[in-house]
Design a protein around this ligand. Structure first.
Ligand code: DAK
Length: 259
């Protein structure tokens, strides 16, 4: 366990870097120091050669019940502009390694936005996703209106965002917002199992596939396919491509080194 952090718990389990939000008494409400810690921990894992995949979860009965309302309630527009804290949050979009979210209980507001920064989402049956900002007289500001719309389409996203109602894990699965629903007891175990499965793949392939899939969200099909092709060619410069194909021919398991 790493003790450089006060509001999150950070550890490694084999080649998986694990970040757990840790303010369970306030359902992991995300305050500004917590955003800084989350971004720092995830970026450190992104630079650590021993870590292949990152898992993000929340301790206690929620993933995160949103930004800390006590901290936000008296904020002024100018203070928020000068703080410019969304730029810290935006750095999560540049993380190269796959991030897998494990959501139990509430993932609301900024908590849902944080979940939407993950590449794969596992959720417990009791998970509830939503953007209650509308009932506070504000709106999502850390990507919620954009990421949810890109995932589920304009009409559906509009409905959830305008009502602020909560989406069950089953509904989130139905709309393609999350990947799997599992029992609460097995959430961490199943998430780690999946993380370990993809951690065995060639690290450079993981990296360039993630990058290419994210480009598909923003690029035209033509630009996206050009981007994909360049990454495909690039992998032929890697030792792992030679090793992967040689291992196939020699009928053995490949030994990938990330080079
Ligand atoms: N902030 C502060 N405290 C919170 C909290 C929150 N978001 N959510 C829960 N808590 C606290 C409660 O006040 C309570 O504290 P005590 O009264 O025990 O001291 C404790 O956590 C347990 O909560 P409840 O007693 O309310 O528990 P219940 O099971 O009855 O209800 C609930 C759970 C999740 C339905 C309820 O707590 C709730 O409605 N919470 C607020 C949900 C919400 O509106 N979230 C904020 C949305 S606005 C940013 C990035 C993102 C954002 C902003 C800036 N930057 C990068 C700058 C995003 C904004 C938002 O998220």
């Amino acid at each position: 366990m790493n003790n450089r952090y006060e509001l999150i718990e950070v550890s490694t389990q084999g080649s998986i870097g694990v970040v757990a939000l840790n303010r369970p008494k306030v359902l992991n409400a995300i305050n500004r120091p917590m955003v800084a810690e989350i971004v720092r921990a995830i970026e450190d894992f992104d630079r650590d050669d021993n870590v292949k995949v990152i898992v993000l979860s929340g301790n206690g009965r929620a993933f995160a019940a949103g930004a800390d309302i006590d901290e936000m309630s008296n904020a002024t527009a100018i203070e928020l502009e000068l703080l410019n804290q969304f730029t810290d949050w935006d750095r999560l979009a540049w993380v190269k390694k796959p991030i897998i979210g494990a959501v139990q209980g509430f993932a609301l507001g900024g908590g849902f936005e944080l979940a939407l920064c993950c590449d794969i989402l596992f959720a417990a049956h009791d998970a509830e996703f939503g953007f209650p900002e509308i009932s506070l007289g504000v709106m999502p500001g850390a990507g919620g209106t954009q990421r949810l719309t890109k995932l589920m389409g304009k009409s559906k996203a509009m409905e959830w965002l305008l009502t602020g109602e909560r989406m069950s894990a089953k509904e989130a699965l139905h709309y393609g917002v999350i990947n799997r629903v599992v029992s609460k007891e097995l959430l961490q175990e199943e998430t780690m199992k999946f993380a370990n499965k993809i951690a065995k793949q060639a690290p450079l392939s993981l990296r360039l596939i993630k990058e290419s899939v994210l480009k598909a969200v923003d690029y035209s099909i033509y630009e996206g396919m050009q981007y994909e092709r360049k990454n495909f060619y690039l992998l032929f410069a890697s030792k792992d491509q030679k090793e992967g194909m040689r291992a196939f021919q020699e009928k053995r398991k490949p030994n990938f080194e990330g080079e």
